[in-house]
Design a protein around this ligand. Structure first.
Ligand code: TYC
Length: 146
């Protein structure tokens, strides 16, 4: 069965040339889908149009995220913590001071949320930087629910 409007490799142009729709007997109402001489495409990769399947599931999932958490201690100078937050978390002085005070008063505070590799790298950089400067400041990561 050939559906109305289609016939083999041709497609019907709505209305044009259809005696029922037009009085012009020369009006073209059928066009080839491929020009002569063009090879028939064998697959989507070889010249055919790729048609997006609206029903297809997205292939990408969001990666899990991790919080970088700064821990309080009694010895690291406040100014050093502010410097760390500016250096490794691109905070301005006000933001850095706010987070430092949160850590100081609450025991811990979130510096940022990243994919696993970035969170691990930032945490390791902070711990190394603190050690290099003989401060006991510690940073860790934890899985984020977001
Ligand atoms: N509690 C430290 C002090 O009183 C300051 C401090 C803040 C240390 C935040 C660590 O992550 C920290 N000097």
């Amino acid at each position: 069965m050939i559906p109305i409007g289609e016939f083999n490799d041709t497609v019907r142009l709505a209305g044009a040339g259809n005696p029922a729709a037009s009085s012009d007997p020369w009006a073209i109402d059928w066009l080839p889908l491929r020009m002569s001489g063009e090879d028939e495409p064998e697959s989507e990769d070889e010249g055919g149009l790729a048609v997006e399947d609206a029903e297809a599931k997205p292939e990408l999932k969001r990666p899990p995220l991790f919080k970088v958490v700064l821990l309080n201690d009694d010895y690291t100078p406040m100014e050093f913590v502010v410097e760390v937050l500016e250096l490794f978390f691109k905070m301005n002085r006000e933001q850095a001071t706010q987070i430092m005070l949160t850590v100081h008063t609450q025991g811990r505070g979130v510096c940022g949320i990243y994919t696993r590799d970035i969170a691990e790298t930032k945490s390791a950089q902070v711990n190394q930087y603190a050690r290099d400067h003989q401060h006991p400041l510690l940073c860790e990561i934890e899985a984020s629910e977001d």
